[in-house]
Design a protein around this ligand. Structure first.
Ligand SMILES: *Cc1c(COP(=O)(O)O)cnc(C)c1O
Length: 355
């Protein structure tokens, strides 16, 4: 059983739909119709009317494409961060010639709204990057206020919502470029990234001279939204899978899906507390409904190994400095069901008791 915070387990109907005969995505009108239907479903899950792009490539492609399409040499960009992915945005900004200015919090603290405000008041920034759910540390960031400040100052907002979209409310309508991925709460196979693009984001990107192809988002505006053909042969089987994943979410209803995530997060955390373990971050109100990070100083890797060997359940550790310090349970998408969370926590209890 795959209980990692991405990739998540994939429902059987999603796996089966990948085995369907393919259509030709370059020339078949029926495929275009299917794809329009899929765009509509992704918009419903994003809860937005903004344009939706679906690119063939994993979530990281979405992050890189957002930066590559909007940032050029000399652009100053605010990188608002309290985690590993938030810090990582600054690397992308540098790769594309931009100058990142960090607004950093510790990884167990909220983002700093006032510091963002004081920075944008005195200096012009082209864009700002931030992460909604910091998956490696289980923190969900409140973004509403910061997004308001950025909008008032004409700063393009780029948000990584890869591990929250489809699991909890994301303020997509306040975000210029909002990036999702197929393998987290959507419970589809890795391979696609979804991106919502605002009118303002299109303007910024169209003003920039584009110097790439696969990460060039405005190309989609000309080709797909203009003349209705894709820049490259699209990933048909992955798109079938994403379509079925969207059907499953929309059939259940977004409110119910979000509620299920809340309840499973609560259940998971109750069990953590009952075992005398501690959640990261200490302020549990910062925890994401999609993933729980548990403090396991120097034991995370060993516990992960035992859970796999003895219980056939794969959970995650973390990244970077946290690799052996945090154990993570991904209760997102198709993993956010009581029987799975209970089975996982029972196994964790058993492994810990015998250690
Ligand atoms: C999973 C994830 C991504 C996609 O990146 P991978 O590390 O390749 O899976 C991007 N951002 C966040 C916050 C994620 O959780």
């Amino acid at each position: 059983m795959l209980m990692t915070p991405g990739p998540t387990e994939i429902p059987e109907s999603v796996r089966k739909t990948m085995a369907k005969e393919i259509m030709n995505p370059d020339i078949d009108e029926d495929f275009f119709e299917f794809y329009h239907g899929l765009e509509k479903k992704v918009k419903e899950v994003y809860r937005t009317d903004k344009d939706i792009l679906i690119l063939g490539g994993e979530g990281i492609l979405g992050l890189e494409a957002a930066v590559a399409s909007s940032i050029e040499k000399g652009d100053e960009v605010l990188c608002i961060s309290n985690g590993i992915y938030g810090d990582g945005f600054a690397d992308f900004i540098k790769m594309y010639g931009g100058e990142p200015v960090m607004v950093k919090s510790s990884y167990d603290e909220p983002l700093k709204v006032e510091e963002v405000e004081s920075k944008v008041d005195v200096e012009d920034f082209k864009a700002a990057t931030m992460v909604h759910c910091e998956t490696p540390t289980g923190v969900l960031n409140e973004l509403g206020e910061i997004l308001g400040v950025l909008k008032d100052h004409g700063v393009l907002s780029i948000v990584d919502a890869v591990s929250s979209l489809g699991g909890t409310v994301v303020p997509v309508d306040k975000i210029d470029i909002c990036i999702g991925g197929s393998q987290k709460c959507f419970s589809s196979p890795p391979g696609l990234t979804t991106i919502s693009v605002s009118e303002y984001a299109w303007e910024v990107m169209e003003d920039k001279e584009q110097n790439s192809y696969y990460t060039n988002l405005p190309i989609w505006k000309d080709m797909w939204f203009g003349d209705e053909y894709f820049p490259y042969t699209h990933l048909v089987s992955n798109l079938y899978a994403l379509d079925e994943s969207m059907n499953i979410i929309l059939d259940e209803g977004l409110e119910k899906v979000f509620d299920r995530h809340e309840r499973m997060a609560e259940l998971c955390r109750e069990r953590v507390n009952e075992m005398g373990l501690e959640i990261y971050p200490s302020d549990e109100s910062l925890s994401s409904p999609t993933v729980t990070a548990i403090k396991m100083d120097g034991k995370a890797l060993k516990i992960q190994k035992k859970m796999k060997e003895e219980h056939d359940i794969l959970v995650a550790t973390s990244l970077g400095d946290f690799e052996d310090k945090i154990l993570r349970i991904g209760h997102m998408g198709h993993n956010a069901y009581e029987e799975k969370v209970v089975r996982t926590m029972d196994a964790l209890g058993d492994v810990l008791e015998r250690m």
